[in-house]
Design a binder for this molecule. Structure first.
Ligand SMILES: CCCCCCCCCCCC[C@H](C)C(=O)SCCNC(=O)CCNC(=O)[C@H](O)C(C)(C)COP(=O)(O)OP(=O)(O)OC[C@H]1O[C@@H](n2cnc3c(N)ncnc32)[C@H](O)[C@@H]1OP(=O)(O)O
Length: 382
């Protein structure tokens, strides 16, 4: 796999950093999640392919242990509020001094500088601060955050993984590590560069929810079908729009022009009426094999059995039978091989990992006895 041989220490976080760690693990890195001790269970649902070590970083011995792990690692990924790692004596200055090849990755909402740097926040706040949230939502309604996909995951975990891969690539030339300051506000804004930069061509001149791609245009929206399901319509280009009208059984000659903004409400009314006359399966049959850019809005239950997704194997099942998306993109020679075992319990691999990093049994026993580390012995023995 592409990242085989890369060792990553991921300090346990909420959602964006775990996703970043999972991407690295999917593509072959050895990712060790550092959990807290005395935690009943992990909330990390993005733990595929990772191992867990539980360390109490509030002890001197725990901090020394983490430093030793980082000396032998390529990447450390920390998701805490600015200043937390420095307070522990585990900031970039200390860790890069001990391992100058280390890629010290900091994934936060507001970045490591600026007056909000130490403030608490979540995806919706970061999205709001990126400017993008002001553009999301239907006409006449308040801004609407599309789950926590944009800041936490696209602008956060995914962008952060890109930063790590870039730094690893650069290290092959310089031999040096560096610090990555990944701000979810900036990552989200950067993801939204198209919106920013296409203002100059008038794509967003109208109010929220009244433009081409923000549910303003009737040919770029979703429609309810007679069985209460939905179809997605993305017929932007005239030649594709023509096929949409054909599929809906509408005569282009009797309709206003596609780009007549004033007529969009009337066109939407017509499309709504038509889509409501057949089931989702009926409409899929009508539009499959055409270039009308009309697809069913699949639910999680439908998605893996759709022929296209099935043919590509786009979804995988883990050992418990739970389905999830397979890693993307697909690399031809060194594709990702997602771990299909169960997610690690907190501290499940403490002993195994510490032994692998060169700690002697007696040292490990001592740390276990002193509560510096914990091992979830029940699962570890299975
Ligand atoms: C009803 C409740 C149900 C809960 C269900 C939960 C479901 C989760 C669903 C996912 C939701 C995802 C949401 C939408 C998101 O947007 S997640 C993104 C959140 N933001 C970020 O990650 C940005 C960066 N992080 C932060 O800003 C902050 O960490 C935070 C998220 C605001 C949380 O703040 P806070 O809890 O005060 O933690 P921090 O200031 O970071 O300090 C962490 C403290 O923990 C300690 N710590 C860490 N590891 C260890 C360890 N192994 N052993 C011992 N201690 C440890 C640190 O030392 C630090 O301690 P201290 O400095 O506070 O004393």
């Amino acid at each position: 796999m592409a990242l085989a041989g890369v060792r990553v220490i991921e300090l346990a976080g909420l959602a964006p950093a775990p996703f970043c760690g999972m991407i690295l693990a999917d593509f072959g890195a050895k990712v060790i999640r550092v959990d807290r001790t005395k935690v009943a269970m992990s909330m990390d649902t993005q733990a595929r392919g990772k191992r867990s070590v539980a360390i109490n970083l509030k002890t001197e011995a725990g901090r020394t242990l983490l430093r030793k792990l980082c000396v032998q690692s390529d990447v450390v990924l920390e998701p805490y509020r600015k200043g937390v790692m420095e307070k522990l004596g585990l900031g970039p200055r200390e860790l890069l001094m001990e391992n100058p090849r280390l890629i010290y990755t900091r994934l936060t909402g507001y970045g490591q500088s600026g007056s909000y740097a130490t403030a608490a926040g979540h995806d919706i706040n970061y999205l709001a601060m990126s400017g993008l949230l002001s553009r999301l939502g239907r006409s006449g309604e308040k801004p609407y955050a599309p789950l926590n996909l944009v800041a936490d995951f696209a602008g956060g975990g995914l962008t952060c993984a890109l930063g790590i891969v870039l730094a690893l690539l650069e290290r092959t030339k310089s031999g040096k590590g560096q610090v990555i300051d990944a701000s979810m506000v900036e990552g989200a804004a950067y993801t939204g560069s198209f919106v920013w930069k296409s203002r100059s061509v008038g794509l967003w001149d109208r109010s929220r929810g009244e433009n081409l791609l923000d549910s303003g245009a009737p040919f770029y929206d979703t429609y309810e079908t007679s069985d209460g399901k939905h179809m997605a319509v993305g017929a932007i280009e005239p030649q594709f729009y023509k096929q949409l009208l054909q599929g809906l059984g509408l005569d282009a000659g009797e309709l206003p022009p596609q780009m007549s903004f004033d007529d969009w409400p009337e066109l939407r009314r017509l499309f709504t009426q038509r889509f409501a006359s057949k089931t989702q399966a009926d409409w899929s049959r009508v539009f499959d094999g055409t270039d009308a850019c009309v697809t069913p809005v699949l639910t999680f239950d439908q998605v893996s059995s759709h022929p296209h997704n099935q043919e590509r194997g786009s979804f995988v099942k883990d050992s418990s039978g739970d389905e999830s998306p397979r890693p993307a993109p697909v690399l031809s020679r060194t594709p990702a091989e997602p771990g299909l075992g169960s997610n690690p319990d907190t501290g499940e691999h403490t002993v195994e990992v510490l032994a692998e990093y060169g700690f002697k049994s007696a040292e490990i026993e001592q740390m276990l006895a002193a509560g510096v580390v914990e091992c979830n012995a029940v699962k570890a023995k299975l």
